[in-house]
Design a protein around this ligand. Structure first.
Ligand SMILES: Nc1ncnc2c1ncn2[C@@H]1O[C@H](COP(=O)(O)OP(=O)(O)OP(=O)(O)O)[C@@H](O)[C@H]1O
Ligand SMILES: [Mg+2]
Length: 253
């Protein structure tokens, strides 16, 4: 069975998609078979992996029309189930057990992968609840700024509700500090506060900080894997190091 990890934070623009994609690239380099799932109607992960946004995508399993195996696209950045435009439709998910649709849909392909990584939208609505219900572990990308700290309280309430109602086994693996600038004193100070907050929430901050690095934007612009585009960049080193930490954590469970 694949380990299913949700990259989530209801705060926008904190690096969820970038971290999800970078970790997937590092996993593939380690020869771990990995499936990316884009459940964000913005489709940013779909775009940067150069996947087809035309027709079939994750919305099809929410409306119970699609066979999941037919939705998997093979791209140069690995296997992905894209976000298709109808993912943004109001009322896409209806009826009893609507929180469990993604979990049930992923079951048939779960044995084919070591990891399934889900990129969530910047909200705590039903799409994110589906991701949290399907996942074994949660990784929360955060920037070292005060608004990220504020957002964590709201996220932790949702996390607890999911643990109570739809996924008792869900584990809060940790926070990942993104776009870090070691020369900014404020970044260092907030990183310290994030460690304290993580402790209070019963989780941790990963030792690897993802540094601010122009190669991230360049690789995304070229729609290439960071390890192919800029193998010697800080970003490639950071995503490799973070992936190593995640593998260590998730091999224990
Ligand atoms: N380490 C980094 N170095 C430089 N730029 C970065 C880095 N990480 C993310 N970015 C940039 O920050 C912006 C936001 O990143 P990203 O799209 O990954 O965030 P997000 O949390 O997924 O956003 P959303 O909430 O809209 O889904 C993007 O333009 C991305 O290129
Ligand atoms: Mg995103």
């Amino acid at each position: 069975m694949a380990k299913i990890l949700a990259f989530i934070n209801q705060k926008g623009g904190v690096g969820k998609t970038t971290t999800c994609c970078g970790v997937a690239s590092a996993f593939r380099k380690k020869k771990l078979s990995t499936l990316l799932v884009d459940v964000d109607p913005q489709g940013n992960l779909t775009y940067i992996t150069n996947a087809d946004t035309g027709n079939a995508g994750i919305a099809d399993i929410f409306t119970k029309k699609g066979n999941i195996a037919n939705l998997i696209q093979k791209t140069q950045q690995g296997d992905i189930i894209s976000a298709n435009p109808s993912l943004a439709a109001d009322g896409l998910l209806r009826g009893a057990n609507k929180e469990f649709r993604l979990k049930e849909a992923l079951l048939p392909v779960s044995d084919a992968y070591d990891y399934i990584l889900i990129d969530c939208p910047p909200s705590l609505g039903i799409l994110s609840i589906n991701a949290l219900t399907a996942a074994n572990g949660v990784i929360v990308p955060v920037q070292a700024d005060i608004l990220s700290l504020q957002a964590l309280g709201q996220f932790s309430a949702t996390f607890s509700a999911v643990q109570t109602h739809t996924n008792k086994e869900l584990s809060f693996l940790g926070l990942v500090i993104t776009r870090y600038n070691a020369r900014a004193i404020i970044n260092q100070e907030i990183a310290k506060l994030l460690r304290q907050t993580a402790g209070k929430l019963g989780t941790k901050v990963y030792d690897t900080y993802i540094r601010e690095n122009i190669s991230v934007k360049e690789a995304q612009g070229a729609r290439e894997d960071i390890f192919s585009h800029s193998p010697r960049s800080n970003a490639a080193a950071d995503f490799k190091s973070l992936a190593d930490e995640i593998v260590k954590d998730t091999s224990r469970s």
